[in-house]
Ligand binder design. Structure first.
Ligand SMILES: [Ca+2]
Ligand SMILES: [Ca+2]
Ligand SMILES: [Ca+2]
Length: 240
């Protein structure tokens, strides 16, 4: 894991000097920030003129840079280093492949050589390696409930399509929330844990964009539904 010398304060604001600074055309890179309270991670950015860093979980704007801090990251090119995924308010989705504090490559995410820019109705619900090829993949969710999975190889979307069960696309309603991505059955493919507003849990065992099994977690044969006072302490990511 790449570690940077910045940490968000209890108010989700960090004003420390950047531990690592990489000059770019319009910005200097600061690093990953972690919120000790929520466990959320975020990307902080610093311009050449402004060294105060802030990072919230959604939109971060400094100078001319406006980007969504997606709050999740993965290893999209399978080199063992976590990479940084950006999304602009324009819809542009861009990746930095990292080696420590050095941006080694990246660019817009493309399909068939064409940059893909999902509109604002789509948000990233989770990141994990859903097909066990060593590259992190991106789970998108539409405000309509539709799900779409991008299998990735670096910045290339090698395959994209709806999440299906029995060949049929599934669209959980808004009462369902992705609360964790993880390989719960140890087959190498990341799986998805959902939680309903009612407290009910559902676990999707995945193989690429196919739900191979949808089950409710059980203990001693009985289903469990922690009440609202409980929240999972993992982010919807699986860094492997
Ligand atoms: Ca990487
Ligand atoms: Ca993958
Ligand atoms: Ca699995």
């Amino acid at each position: 894991m790449v570690t940077f010398g910045l940490r968000m304060s209890s108010r989700d604001v960090c004003c420390n000097s950047p531990a690592f600074v990489i000059a770019q055309a319009t910005l200097r890179f600061a690093g990953l920030l972690s919120d000790a309270r929520s466990g959320a991670e975020c990307v902080g950015i610093v311009t050449s003129s402004v060294r105060r860093i802030f990072a919230k979980h959604k939109i971060a704007t400094i100078g001319r840079i406006t980007a969504e801090c997606i709050g999740t990251s993965g290893d999209f090119n399978g080199d063992g280093n976590r990479d940084i995924l950006w999304r602009s308010t324009s819809g542009q989705v861009s990746l930095w492949t990292m080696n420590g504090s050095t941006i080694t490559g990246g660019g817009d995410l493309t399909s068939g050589g064409v940059a893909v820019r999902p509109d604002a109705s789509w948000s990233i619900a989770g990141i994990g390696d859903f097909n066990n090829d060593g590259n992190s993949d991106i789970l998108w969710r539409n405000s309509s409930g539709a799900l779409n999975l991008w299998l990735m190889n670096g910045t290339t979307i090698t395959s994209g399509g709806p999440v299906t069960s029995g060949g049929v696309a599934v669209s959980p309603d808004a009462s369902w929330h992705v609360v964790q991505i993880g390989d719960f059955n140890g087959d190498g493919n990341s799986d998805i844990l959902w939680r309903n507003d009612s407290g009910v849990l559902s676990e999707w065992l995945m193989n690429g964009n196919t739900i191979t099994q949808s089950v409710t977690p059980t203990f001693n044969g009985s289903t469990v539904s922690p009440d609202a006072s409980w929240s999972t302490q993992a982010k919807p990511t699986n860094f492997g």
